[in-house]
Write a protein of this length. Sequence first.
Length: 217
Amino acid sequence: MSKEREAAACPGKSKKKLGILGGTFSPIHKGHVFLARFVKENCGLEKVILMPAGKPPHKLGEPIEAPRHRLAMARLAAEGIPGLEVSDLEMKKPDISYTYDTLTALRERFGDEWQLYFITGTDELLGFEGWYRAEELMKEFSFIVGVRPGYERENIQEKAESLRAKYGADILIVDLPAPDVSASEIRKRLYENKPVEDLLDEKVIRYIRKEGLYQSL
């Protein structure tokens, strides 16, 4: 990542930088935590907030664990890690959780001294224009896109340039050294009682076993 690209993508150097990493987190795994820590350390963020989704629009009708379990697992995974926090903001909402509404609420909460960066993946960026209030999102907030090994970086770069040209989007692309982790594969392993120690925090594993989670697919 060049200094020129970082400077262009991370404006407002006098502001403190806050990252927001949202997700279903069912369950939260080491890949999520690695992404949050890597971006924090490499993009100059003061802290990263893990935001478990309440009712994500792209998961409606799909079976996911109860919000209280996903929130508890996220807190266990973030426990003791400096600069990593967990928010229940979306879980308090009775209706669908939209990224635009969440970022707007956080901007009001933290004020002008903070620059907000929504952390997302390559698949999300490629389909971004189908998001709720996508144009306002791109114009009002900044984005960090993590590219994992195996993805065609050129395609991601072209999409980012297109969004910059169309919306004036502030997008920083970060190359991640670790491959993606599949939450569905983790759930399958848990259901089949296979080892998951390489994918989940030990505290999260204990919680899952104690609560009897992921006993069905």
